[in-house]
Design a protein around this ligand. Sequence first.
Ligand code: SF4
Ligand code: SF4
Length: 180
Amino acid sequence: MQLTQRAKQVDRRPMTWLESIYLWNIAKGMMITLRHLFMKKKTVQYPEEKRTFSKVFRGLQILNRDEQGRENCTACGLCAVACPAEAISMEAAERQPGEEHLYREEKYAAKYEINMLRCIFCGYCEEACPKDAIYLSQTFAPSNYGRDGFIYKKQDLLIPHPIEDPAGFAKARGEKSVTN
Ligand code: SF4
Ligand code: SF4
């Protein structure tokens, strides 16, 4: 019975003397090596050299602020519900009088964590967020020696303050649109 359309007839003829010393096969292999010596190199010398990502690359998450530096996240939990890997957890808190310059909404995330060992960078959290508070940037989570280093806390994820560090804010934001 044929399981695929790509069946290939195996040649079971006894080998000739020339074939039995494998010289021809070695020569064929060397020809392939030689051909690749003159082809354009695809190797990237990371970390000195970094490859450019596609515009739709989904990397490390960033928690967004508005132009005044207030955190966008209102701890609604929609991103955590949408996450197929159950990588997001958070704790909500109520904004107190005098904290209006810190949090844009009346409720905010006092704790926000993403487990990068679980995350599959699908982008569902970004899609689910009604507040433009989380998005996947064009960087990736750096390597680490311990599992704890892959649990990203709110302070690791928050974008730099746009007034205190405008360059860092713009860099972290990348080409993402501003929809505050
Ligand atoms: S990118 Fe996907 S897997 Fe990662 S935290 Fe967001 S929803 Fe979860
Ligand atoms: S990041 Fe967005 S979806 Fe997730 S809790 Fe904050 S506001 Fe809600």
